[in-house]
Ligand binder design. Structure first.
Ligand code: AMP
Ligand code: ZN
Length: 439
């Protein structure tokens, strides 16, 4: 996409020297640990068990001695036992987007909502948003953090917000056109659906629409999908990352260089650990992402294991920000499929599919067990052109995809080419995997 100027919302915080940042993180960490020890009996017990006292934590280097927190803690101490403040200080509850069982909920104080809004203002600004922009929020507005996060960030900037929430696709596009929306916020899978529908309606991005950028996240997607969306919508597509437990979207974000996501390090400390041993890994190595909040007052999280897999870098970015960047999430430790002993990430298969001419980026992976052996079926939709091509050509493409997956992932799969529009479309987080072995 076209190179636009880099805008920075809070240069004082986003461009501070690494030494200054380190000192700030260290003092905020010490304060967070002191508070957590005082106010959260579960974490105090965990520190006592390890023989660690708050006064032992002087700085970022000491983080490695602290116990981890896990998603199960949020379930076990649901809903309020991890609060580090009186309940009356909580002004908002947000929750995970899971549809079954009890959600993971997190309580945010006024301070936490403010910090989150600032992080999202930085995120949108990095994608080029100013007060002159019109921002369409097509993330769900509700317990899920996506909608409120995008709304708050755009509001903080003073942009014009169109709070559509997700769904009602035709209406979304009508508003996009009529209001001259310049920035779109939604999941990448919904952006794909919106983009296709825009094309089907005969609208031409760049001519009929004023969209210039999109802030897409909340689910895994590949670099290939990002480039595809830039072409489909004629925009800069930026990756944004977050999670309910830490703050919602805006924890980290692409600048227009799109070379990793800048982490809001004055509010969180990121580490990468080996998921098997829990040991810290150096910058550049891939492992599990762990976050510690250092300004959150409602439900602070110390060494929270995200189960998301990525790597970190503190190499200088051309945009001028000095914050460390996390790579795109390549998978989750818990959505990795093990097929006949081989680790398979949906992202590896998505990369193959998007690189293949004739198939659309709508797919589903179905794992099963037949005669005591694992099987993996890859269902992917054909484009209209391919669907009307010869049977022999379709078979060639099917065989090509099977071979590509075999060479990239190392396993044999059954590839099924589906008719156009046969796969379900997503308005929120897409479901890409069905594991029948777990049923
Ligand atoms: P939730 O708190 O329910 O919104 O879910 C947060 C989870 O969504 C994260 O832990 C990630 O697994 C996933 N997620 C959020 N943003 C991204 C992103 N940009 N890329 C990949 N996964 C993401
Ligand atoms: Zn940058």
């Amino acid at each position: 996409m076209s190179k636009r100027a880099h805008l920075i919302y809070n240069p004082e915080k986003e461009c501070m020297s690494r030494d200054e940042l380190h000192a700030l993180q260290s003092s905020r960490l010490a304060e967070t640990v002191r508070r957590e020890y005082e106010c959260v009996p579960m974490y105090r017990a965990r520190m006592d068990e390890k023989g660690i006292r708050p006064e032992d934590i002087h700085g970022v280097e000491d983080l490695q001695y602290l116990p981890f927190m896990e998603k199960t803690d949020l379930r076990d101490y649901y809903p309020f036992e991890l609060l580090a403040c009186p309940r009356s200080e909580i002004v908002r509850i947000q929750g995970s987007s899971g549809t079954t069982g009890k959600p993971i909920v997190s309580g945010y104080t006024r301070n936490d909502v403010d910090v989150w809004s600032e992080m999202m203002a930085r995120t949108l600004t990095a994608a080029g948003c100013t007060k002159d922009d019109t921002v369409q929020v097509a993330y769900g507005l509700g317990l899920f953090t996506g909608g409120f996060g995008a709304y708050q960030g755009a509001d903080r900037i003073g942009a014009m917000v169109v709070p559509m929430s997700s769904g009602n696709t035709q209406r979304q596009i009508m508003m996009m056109k009529d209001l001259g929306v310049t920035l779109l916020c939604c999941t990448p899978s919904y952006a794909t659906f919106l983009g296709e529908t825009i094309r089907e309606m005969g609208l031409v991005p760049g001519k009929d629409l004023k969209l210039k950028a999109g802030c897409f996240g909340a689910e895994p997607w590949t670099e290939e999908m990002r480039v595809h969306l830039e072409e489909l919508l004629g925009i800069d597509a930026c990756d944004i990352y977050g999670l309910t437990e830490i703050a919602g979207p805006g924890v980290a974000f692409n600048c227009l260089e799109k070379n990793g996501m800048h982490i809001n390090e004055d509010h969180v400390i990121a580490e990468i650990i080996d998921p098997a041993t829990g040991k810290q890994l150096p910058y550049g190595e891939k492992g599990e992402l762990v976050f510690t909040t250092i300004t959150k007052t409602g439900m602070p999280m110390i060494r929270y294991r995200t189960h998301d897999i990525c790597s970190l870098t503190d190499e200088r970015c051309a945009c001028g920000r000095t914050t460390a960047r996390m790579s795109r999430i390549t998978g989750r430790t818990d959505d990795m499929l093990i097929i006949r002993g081989v680790n398979v990430f949906p992202s590896q298969i998505e990369t193959v599919l998007i690189r293949t001419q004739g198939v659309a980026p709508h797919y589903m992976l179905i794992a099963d067990r037949v005669n005591h052996s694992d099987t993996l079926e890859v269902q992917v939709e054909m484009t209209e052109d391919m669907f009307s091509d010869t049977v022999a050509h379709i078979e060639n493409v099917r065989r090509y995809i099977t071979e590509q997956i075999k060479s990239v992932v190392g396993i044999s799969t059954k590839v099924t080419l589906m008719a156009p529009k046969a796969m379900p479309r997503s308005e929120g987080k897409a479901k890409r995997v069905i594991d029948n072995r777990k049923l």
